[in-house]
Write a protein that binds this ligand. Structure first.
Ligand code: 0WK
Ligand code: 0WK
Ligand code: BGC
Ligand code: BGC
Length: 901
């Protein structure tokens, strides 16, 4: 007669020893890696689905939500009220629920019919609870099947499982299907904010009271687990910073044969008779849907081979589903287990002996024991992975659990806990039962989704004015064009000064000799020695040295400024050992100067960071000459003064003869181009063309850009050295972009959307957000982590979401700048094309400036905008290699040649 010993022998394959459990744990860790990696995800049996839940509850969640809990053994409709800051023990969450049975035929019918039933149940719930049907209700949707989620409120159904096998929904977005059903039902307004798997909802539910809860486990009709994974390991989601909850869908473990040596004939029979053969192999060895069936098949086989009931087999015993998992749990009841076993077997039309009952009870124990052992093995794999992710020696963590098997099977929890602690002796694993279902967790996720959505909306609204539509860009182009035209006319002052440069043609390669070039740009002063030799360009020798111009010099007296420049020149000539060379020099002076000849330039107004006194209205060449005289140790023949745009155009034209435009996108912004003399009313010259320094930075000083100037821009202008001036420059150049970003960040922080609403001194400090940070923050190669360290350096303590928003603000501000400069360039090249009556114009723009050269996206956006707005011009952009110094030297060479003629 067979007793438990016989059963052990019969079910030897189901009794798993720790080394086998460790082996299964190791295999599952390998499966998790496969699921997480972009290469192998598609073929992975364990799907490791990103859930877009990036944090467990932090107590700030609040709100009132409807909730649907679909996919477990009971379909529930709930209303959940989350009140901030007080844990459940202090009643932070109130819930009302109603269970709505799902007619069996709906579980194997059309997907749309199931969702109609769901939405009709929802409407019934609203009516029964007298919930106002007019108001829009946010809804949290728990859907317990494998779904790929591009976002928190989308879920593409991968496959059905458990006892659900409907048609027409696989591959579809179940949130859309739900919204569709709610629409069909009508008479209620519901906004589905988020969809989560029941494991995720369970983790969040338990996480509300226990911050350590970072794993969600379901052992119910089906089985599954989720946990907080490091985002850097979730290849399918962008970003390396922070964490994201991953729904493992471990039910599929073994679908690729990874568990074959642990599969018994009974498992194969259960799978073969299931409604999804070959799928959810692990689930079929573990979860409530199948345990009863496993026991039945074992008992049936033992009866057939005569080991039970003297070989008598009843029809009921042959019938699928006749032994349920609830029966298995009852058979294992401590006290009444044996009696329950007899009643159950009798109920199956069997007359069991005492030994038969003991044996069958033992079968149940072995089957459910294996289930808890397998869950323990895979759970320990997840916990081991979390420990490794955080390079911890010991892990203290909580697992939130739900599911009928875990909740109602008498021995199951104890067995599971015991084996997990045996497999992970040095870790402290706490199990918390989610005692009110998963919808509280689902509501918490919806609360986070709501907060994220409202933050997203507010950030979008804040950044919307920075988004330039094609219409707006066309407007800027035509306004630029109009002011370019106006600037050439004599009659009234124009915002764009269109200053003649007395440069009549681009280099022709005949330039020879040694020249000194002095280059006062936006940020520093450079002295260069340029030597043009016979033959082609590459023979040009060039030496240079960069000198900083301290703020107090920029904003001191004119005398101090030019003395500083003269001192730098003296140092350079020493450095070059050419103190007595009496070299001809070209002076690049990057500020608006009215010129009456190539070697004179009256400063009209300072721009950028300069405000030296007694300079505006004076001839800068004379001021430099004075300063050199004051030093009385060397002499220079300053033969030309040019704007940095003109110097840049000439430098690039030396390489590419089609270069007839010079653009600076640096500390300041400006453009020059070869204009036809006949269009330059205020200056006649006996040449066909002359280079005009447009000083387009002044566009908008008459209010013509007020419709695109935002309050942040106005703030920057007000705080600038020259309020009301250079409005176009203040929207587009390096001196100001950082400040615009800072103003936007200030506003978002005051609105509580950033840095947890803390307006730090750092954030209030003008100029703290240098434009170079924009270039760094916007670089694609830079992970959010590095964005945070830049913010850290600025004394801004940020979290992952903050750095994402900061990056967006930088992007919006720099993109607008590049688009506006692109619109300006389109106006200039189109004017040149029309000047020359050409259908199509090929032209090159020589460019310089840190913004253009160093910003990761600025140049591309500028190119694309110019292409779209000036489709009849093929514009190439040529970054200037050695700055405008060579250009200045070229102009000096031409000027000298002229003098000799
Ligand atoms: C209760 C949760 C539900 C989950 C179910 C799983 O509220 O979201 O799907 O547990 O257990 P089952 O009902 O399948 O036994
Ligand atoms: C380098 C040129 C200089 C010009 C500067 C502009 O040599 O003439 O002023 O570029 O760029 P920024 O230094 O303002 O970025
Ligand atoms: C589903 C999971 C779900 C689990 C527990 C499985 O069949 O694939 O999405 O979490 O059952 O309900
Ligand atoms: C100045 C221009 C200069 C531009 C680029 C502007 O602020 O007015 O003369 O070309 O900056 O440096």
């Amino acid at each position: 007669r067979v007793a438990s010993y016989g059963v052990d022998r019969f079910l030897y394959a189901m009794r798993l020893h720790d080394d086998q459990l460790e082996d299964i744990s190791a295999r599952f860790q390998a499966e998790m890696k496969k699921g997480l990696s972009a290469e192998s995800n598609a073929a992975a049996a364990v799907k490791m689905l990103p859930t877009h839940v990036r944090s467990t509850p932090d107590g700030s969640e609040r709100g009132q939500f409807l909730a649907l809990d679909l996919g477990g053994s009971k379909f529930k409709v709930l209303q959940v009220k989350v009140r901030e800051g007080m844990g459940i023990r202090k009643g932070g969450v109130e819930m009302e629920e109603k269970i709505y049975p799902i007619p069996k035929e709906l579980l194997i019918g059309r997907g749309t019919e199931l969702f109609d039933h769901v939405s009709e149940s929802l409407k019934d719930f609203l009516q029964e609870k007298n919930i106002n049907l007019e108001k829009t209700h946010p809804l949290a949707f728990t859907f317990s099947f494998p779904c790929e989620q591009p976002t928190l409120n989308q879920g593409l159904l991968l496959s059905w499982s458990k006892n659900f096998r409907l048609r027409g929904l696989q591959g579809k977005d179940v949130v859309q299907s739900l919204k569709g059903a709610i629409e069909r039902t009508g008479g209620m307004n519901v906004d589905v904010l988020s969809m989560v798997n029941d494991t995720v909802a369970t983790m969040m539910t338990c996480g509300f009271d226990d911050q350590r809860c970072e794993v969600g486990l379901i052992i119910g009709t089906g089985t599954n687990a989720c946990y907080m994974e490091a985002l850097r390991h979730v290849d399918l989601v962008e970003g390396d910073e922070g964490q994201m909850c991953v729904n493992t869908e471990w039910g599929g473990f073994g679908d690729d044969g990874a568990l074959n040596e642990y599969i018994t004939e009974f498992d194969r029979d259960v799978d073969a008779a299931s409604n999804n053969p070959g799928k959810q192999i692990f689930e079929k060895m573990v979860s409530g849907m199948y345990l009863g069936e496993l026991v039945r098949l074992v008992v049936l086989k033992m009866a057939k081979v005569g080991l039970l009931f003297d070989g008598f087999v009843s029809d009921a015993l042959r019938t699928k589903g006749k032994i349920t998992t609830a029966n298995v749990a009852a058979m294992e009841e401590y006290k009444t287990g044996l009696k329950n076993t007899r009643d159950i077997l009798t109920g199956l039309g069997l007359t069991p002996s005492q030994d038969d009952c003991i044996a069958v009870q033992h079968v149940s124990t072995i089957v459910s024991f294996r289930s808890s052992n397998l869950v323990a093995a895979c759970l320990s794999a997840i916990l081991t992975r979390i420990k490794k992710n955080r390079s911890l020696r010991t892990l203290t963590i909580t697992v939130g659990v739900d599911g009928t098997v875990y909740k109602t099977h008498p021995q199951y929890p104890k067995r599971l806990h015991k084996v997990v602690r045996r497999l992970l002796p040095e870790s402290h694993v706490r199990f918390v039962l989610s005692d009110s279902g998963s919808s509280k967790g689902a509501a918490l996720v919806a609360a986070v989704a709501q907060r994220l959505a409202s933050r997203r909306k507010q950030v979008d609204e804040t950044l919307f004015p920075f988004q330039m539509s094609q219409e707006q860009l066309h407007l800027v182009k035509s306004r630029m064009r109009a002011d370019l035209e106006a600037g050439l006319k004599n009659k009234n002052p124009s915002t764009i000064k269109m200053l003649p440069s007395f440069v009549y043609h681009t280099p022709d390669g005949t330039e020879r000799g040694k020249y000194l070039a002095l280059d006062l740009g936006g940020t520093n002063f450079r002295a260069l020695l340029v030597n043009f030799k016979k033959g082609l360009h590459q023979n040009t020798r060039l030496y240079h040295k960069i000198y900083t111009v301290p703020m107090e010099i920029m904003q001191g007296t004119g005398e101090e400024l030019f003395d500083h420049l003269a001192q730098c020149v003296s140092d350079f000539l020493d450095y070059m050992g050419m103190k007595n060379a009496h070299l001809p020099a070209g002076f690049t002076f990057s500020f608006p100067c009215e010129q009456t000849a190539i070697d004179t330039g009256t400063l009209l107004t300072w721009t950028k960071g300069f405000k030296a006194t007694d300079c505006e209205g004076h001839d800068v060449v004379n001021m430099l000459r004075e300063a050199i005289k004051r030093r009385n140790e060397f002499d220079l023949d300053i033969a030309a003064v040019v704007n940095d745009t003109v110097g840049t155009m000439m430098s690039c034209a030396y390489e590419d003869p089609e270069c007839e435009v010079g653009l600076i996108a640096g500390t300041g912004t400006n453009v020059c181009y070869m204009e036809d003399v006949r269009n330059i009313e205020k200056r006649d010259a006996d040449a066909q063309r002359m280079c005009i320094n447009t000083e387009w930075g002044g566009l908008g000083d008459d209010g013509s850009l007020n419709d695109i100037i935002t309050p942040y821009d106005a703030e920057v202008d007000q705080n600038s050295l020259h309020p009301g001036k250079q409005r176009f420059e203040k929207l587009t150049s390096g001196m100001y972009l950082g400040e615009i970003v800072r103003q936007v960040l200030l506003d978002l922080t005051r609105g509580g959307l950033l840095f947890r609403g803390h307006v730090t001194e750092a954030l209030k400090t003008p100029g703290i957000f240098e434009t170079k940070y924009l270039s760094q923050i916007e670089s694609d190669r830079l992970a959010l982590l590095q964005v945070r360290s830049i913010l850290q350096q600025l004394g801004l303590d940020s979290n992952c979401d903050d750095s994402i928003i900061v990056k967006e603000v930088c992007g919006a501000v720099s993109r607008r700048a590049a688009q506006l400069v692109g619109a300006g360039i389109a106006a200039v090249v189109d004017k040149i094309r029309e000047n020359r009556g050409l259908e199509h114009l090929n032209i090159t723009v020589g460019v310089d400036g840190a913004l253009y050269k160093l910003h990761p996206h600025f140049s591309r956006v500028l190119h694309d905008t110019a292409k779209v707005l000036a489709p009849l011009c093929n514009v190439s952009f040529l970054p200037s290699e050695e700055g405008s110094g060579k250009g200045a030297a070229l102009i000096t060479a031409v000027a000298k040649q002229k003098q000799q003629m």
